[in-house]
Design a protein around this ligand. Structure first.
Ligand code: ADP
Ligand code: MG
Length: 484
């Protein structure tokens, strides 16, 4: 498909856009190649520790069926927000939830980690006071959803392996994050006991299971991207015998954001490299940087800046620039200045008038700098970036289906079969970007065939982190009771 089918863009501009188009193209063959490599990396990660695709055993050995009951506290450090909730599991696949969101500032993300956890503890205290349920005698049980790579040592303990998503707080890597959080809660005399540590992907998986009775994969497309699925114990060679006893399944937190850090198959462009080079974790989270909310706007910004900066068409008089008459804005020149939310807004209404208004109001452009063609180019660029993200997301989903032996690459049936397979998703990108699921599905069909694609039911696991943490707190309380 030629770019900008409805415009009469001059040929030099079309040529440049064509070249961008080519670099963003993902053939069916390429999608399959990436997926095959994905499965290989899954298996490598299941064999040894310290692989980039960490494949972390979570000590969660069952997906809930919706009959669970109880009231728990749940907190969620996502990447952009910190959420505090009180969750009541009512059984019958139902729950109720009260929550409050708090912003996590740059200072907290990058300062001493005690500041971050003290802040989180203060938020919990504030929430409990507002709720009027300050616990006096018995401590409230709480699950912590912590969406960073953690080497879990038990359901309620785990050491931070590395920060991602723009965090770099000092004194955290290598330490037990539950203990750090509990220290802050105790210091501030907030009578709660953090007894479960959950990744948001696991929370999403468990929540979808609670709501629908089953779930094969929980996937996040928010600030970052990651997935958790149910694996056969026998397929996790790196797990020690003592961890594996009594159970035949375990939920694996894949940490797929780190897929292909070695850059064997991912189709990285100069704009992706520009993003990576000045990110706080260059050469890490390669897959995440092509896919998730923290980065999509930045990729689009890099392409737009490239077009703005191109010298005018040779021989043109007056000089003909490629975008915005060669002008930029302060915000446009700022790293992460173009939020992924704009991609959704532009997709929702791609008329030149609407885009012009957005660029003026949100990006500080001046109206006369933006022609109709400029607006059209902006919409086209944003669509390229978001569509590539959605298509690449399908590789992770397909790889999981292949790893679980439901299907083979290309669509041949696998050893296992199912009428429907529940895929629980969460995150602002998948929730709000128009058509994210459709684009992902189109790529899924190319990788694993129409039949398999149809069996996959994609559903939001809204509030997944809260409900998932509550479900894990419940398991922790039960096993505590068994021990005493
Ligand atoms: P968290 O990752 O903290 O759980 P979210 O799932 O809300 O939080 O994801 C936040 C990320 O999603 C941010 O990077 C933000 O830029 C992006 N985002 C927020 N709203 C939208 C939207 N409407 N469309 C696309 N991306 C969005
Ligand atoms: Mg989240």
């Amino acid at each position: 498909m030629p770019p900008l089918p409805n415009s009469n863009a001059p040929q030099p501009i079309r040529d440049v856009l064509d070249s961008i188009e080519q670099q963003f193209e993902l053939s069916d063959e390429k999608l399959r190649e990436i997926t095959a490599h994905f499965v290989k990396m899954y298996q490598l990660g299941l064999q040894h520790g310290h692989e980039p695709m960490a494949m972390i055993p979570t000590f969660v050995t069952a997906v809930p069926d919706g009959s669970e009951t109880g009231t728990f506290m749940a907190v969620d450090l996502g990447g952009t927000n910190f959420r505090v909730c009180e969750v009541t599991l009512e059984g019958n696949h139902k729950f109720s939830l009260k929550q409050k969101k708090f912003k996590v500032t740059e200072d907290l993300k990058t300062g001493p980690v005690t500041n971050l956890f003290d802040y989180m503890a203060t938020c919990v205290g504030e929430f409990l006071e507002e709720l009027g349920t300050v616990p006096e005698e018995e401590a409230l049980h709480m699950g912590l959803t912590f969406s960073f790579p953690v080497e879990q040592t038990a359901l309620g303990a785990g050491r931070l392996i590395t920060w991602t998503k723009g965090f770099s707080a000092t004194g955290a890597v290598g330490n037990d994050v539950v203990q750090l959080f509990q220290d802050s809660l105790d210091k501030k005399r907030i009578n709660t006991k953090c007894c479960a540590l959950v990744n948001d992907t696991v929370g999403t998986l468990l929540t979808r299971g609670y709501l629908t009775g089953s779930c094969f994969l929980g996937a996040i497309f928010g600030t970052g991207t990651n997935g958790a699925y149910v694996e056969d114990m026998a397929a996790i060679p790196k797990l020690k015998k003592k961890d594996a006893k009594h159970h035949d399944k375990m939920v694996i937190n894949t940490e797929w954001g780190a897929f292909d850090n070695a850059r064997h198959v991912l189709p990285l462009t100069r704009w992706d490299n520009a993003l990576d080079r000045i990110s706080i974790n260059p050469r890490y989270q390669a897959y995440e940087k092509l896919i998730s909310g923290m980065y999509l706007g930045e990729i689009a910004r890099n392409i737009l800046i490239y077009l703005i900066d191109l010298p005018p068409v040779p021989g043109s008089n007056p000089p003909q620039y490629y975008l915005f008459k060669g002008h930029s804005s302060k915000k446009m020149n700022t790293q992460y200045g173009f939020d992924s939310e704009l991609l959704s807004k532009i997709k929702e209404d791609s008329t030149p008038g609407a885009i012009r208004q957005l660029l003026v109001e949100e990006m500080g452009f001046v109206t006369y700098q933006i022609s109709d063609l400029d607006a059209e180019i902006v919409a086209w660029v944003c669509d390229k970036v978001a569509s590539r993200s959605a298509a690449l997301s399908a590789c992770a989903v397909a790889a999981t289906l292949i790893q679980c032996r439901y299907v083979q690459l290309g669509g041949e049936p696998g050893e296992k079969s199912a009428d429907t397979l529940e895929l629980g998703v969460d995150g602002s990108l998948v929730e709000f970007y128009p058509g994210f699921e459709q684009t992902m599905r189109k790529a899924l069909r190319a990788i694993i065939g129409d039949k398999m694609e149809k069996t996959v039911k994609v559903r939001m696991a809204k509030d997944g982190s809260g409900v998932g943490a509550a479900l894990c707190a419940l398991v922790a309380v039960k096993s505590e009771a068994k021990l005493s």
